[in-house]
Design a protein around this ligand. Sequence first.
Ligand SMILES: [Zn+2]
Length: 182
Amino acid sequence: MISAADNRQQISRWLAELGIDSEVIAHRTLPFFSEADEKMLVTAETNGEGKAFRLLPAAAAAWWQMQHQARVDGIELYLVSAWRSVAYQMALIAEQQQQGIAPEIFFTYLAPPGCSEHHTGCAVDINTPECDEVSGVFGDTPAFRWLRQHAAGFGFVMSFAENNPWGFIYEPWHWCWHAPKS
Ligand SMILES: [Zn+2]
């Protein structure tokens, strides 16, 4: 049985590998997400550059259904991120460090290793063609309004609302599929 204390220690070790003192997140109540078994993942979508976005099969099926219904309603949705390994999350963090950004700052928009919902293979970052990936405001798009209305019907929940208790910024593009409760 892996305890919460074990998880915290594991996160601290990963942070230490990045040269980050875990004190930086000590005041945060961050959830721990286990990395999905890579062998279980399926390709949910491939982008124009050939990058594959992988999810657990049930989450991928829900994504496809939701994307299809959106298209029927005149809304285009596409993936910009899906499953991430802990190693990949650490590489994203290292990029932020190389840009000279402080962990106190980047950990408000990028989860520490082990704390990203993307590890589960059920979380997606979504965009729509009318929203520029760098400068666009996804929360202002008709695609976002469509998701607010319809995503729950496909099992997707917006994880990080404004002023969420985990100290992450408002992320209207980040949704996570939750298996229906039986
Ligand atoms: Zn995300």
